[in-house]
Design a protein around this ligand. Structure first.
Ligand SMILES: NC(=O)c1ccc[n+]([C@@H]2O[C@H](COP(=O)([O-])OP(=O)(O)OC[C@H]3O[C@@H](n4cnc5c(N)ncnc54)[C@H](OP(=O)(O)O)[C@@H]3O)[C@@H](O)[C@H]2O)c1
Length: 328
């Protein structure tokens, strides 16, 4: 089969289409003919050799896919060839065929194209994990979602909206803020023009924010702590702006009864990801089926243009997800 290969760790130009052996599904796995996959920031790190795949998983890029079942392992009851499915992978989505544990596969809703379905798993499961499992967000609480127009950000806004939260965002352009407001955010700050702390305190009547989902790290740390309400929770999912905090008084955490959590998804054990997929499905599948929530797709590239797709992400140009259409 054809797959996107990394000729040597480094820049986007090192991604090439090549031939490798098709994966063989295990007893609990479906073999899927991939129609679309989507980009994640982790793909860039893996391409650069800074984020090796967890042991025992595919060496290929691609943390999610949508496609058509080609073969079913002997334990995959309830699934049949020809069915359209999508789901989260530990790797292997940038290929014509991928295997997925049947307990992590979801039937593709009719209303969604393969390109849309492929854009769901990583960003929506990450956002759901952060908002529900880690921050335990409650209706009417306030949530600040940084990088609001990112893949994870646009998913988090929609989920938080459906959970009845008051949503605040930061993003790096007015166009990105506008998209976040359309999705359900009440207020957005272009962090490149001004700090977000003062407007958020004013918007929350000086109460501060109950839940903060952060991907930026050091540049936002002081403002995050200042803007956090009593009993607030911060979930740190990435440190795109830096990870070292030079000086910090722990007293602030005690005073606010704050909870600060970091998390990952890819290297979680299989049982955790199966449980997370189930929990997400219970809440979100009816909303996906009815079209109430829908992945935001910034741009679709043919997988032959994977180099341009990676460059597009590296330039922070995307609003929502970047999708690769996989063809024969
Ligand atoms: N821990 C986990 O479980 C987990 C899971 C999935 C993803 N992630 C991480 O979450 C982050 C978002 O992922 P994604 O796929 O949704 O990304 P994405 O769609 O590529 O969007 C990332 C956006 O972040 C903003 N950004 C980049 N550098 C920044 C900086 N230094 N300061 C402030 N904003 C910055 C940019 O938008 P602006 O124009 O608004 O600046 C950029 O477009 C990534 O770092 C990814 O690795 C973590």
């Amino acid at each position: 089969m054809k797959a996107v290969l990394i000729s040597k760790p480094g820049s986007a130009e090192n991604l090439v289409l090549g031939d490798i052996i098709r994966p063989v599904p295990g007893p609990n796995e479906l073999l899927v003919k991939v129609k679309a996959t989507a980009l994640n920031r982790a793909d860039i790190l893996q391409r650069e050799g800074k984020y090796p795949p967890p042991p025992g998983t595919s060496e290929l890029l691609g943390l999610e896919m949508s496609g058509i079942i080609e073969e079913t392992g002997q334990n995959c009851k309830g699934w049949s060839t020809g069915q359209s499915v999508f789901g989260l992978l530990s790797g292997g989505g940038y290929a014509q065929y991928a295997t997925i544990d049947y307990r992590m596969a979801l039937p593709k809703p009719e209303i969604l194209s393969h390109e849309e379905a492929a854009a769901i798993p990583e960003s929506f499961l990450t956002a759901f994990q952060a908002l529900v499992w880690l921050a335990r967000i409650q209706p009417d609480e306030s949530v600040l979602i940084h990088a609001g127009a990112s893949g994870v950000g646009t998913s988090a806004i929609q989920l938080a909206r459906e959970m009845g939260a008051h949503i605040f965002v930061t993003a790096g352009s007015d166009e990105k803020i506008k998209k976040c407001l359309e999705l359900g955010a009440e207020f957005g700050t272009n962090y490149k023009n001004r700090s977000f702390f003062e407007p958020l305190m004013e918007a929350t009547g000086e109460k501060g924010i109950d839940v903060i989902i952060d991907f930026v790290g050091e540049p936002f740390w002081d403002q995050n702590i200042e803007a956090l309400a009593t009993d607030g929770r911060i979930v740190i999912l990435a440190t795109m702006g830096g990870s070292e905090i030079p000086r910090f008084s722990l007293r602030q955490l005690i005073r606010k009864r704050a909870t600060i959590t970091g998390s990952t998804l890819r290297n979680r054990p299989l049982y955790y990801k199966i449980d997370l997929t189930r929990s997400f499905t219970e809440f979100a599948y009816p909303l996906l089926k009815s079209g109430r929530i829908r992945p935001v797709i910034g741009r679709i590239f043919s997988w032959e243009d994977v180099v341009q797709a990676h460059r597009y992400m590296e330039q922070n140009l995307n609003i929502g997800k970047i999708v690769l259409r996989v063809t024969d």
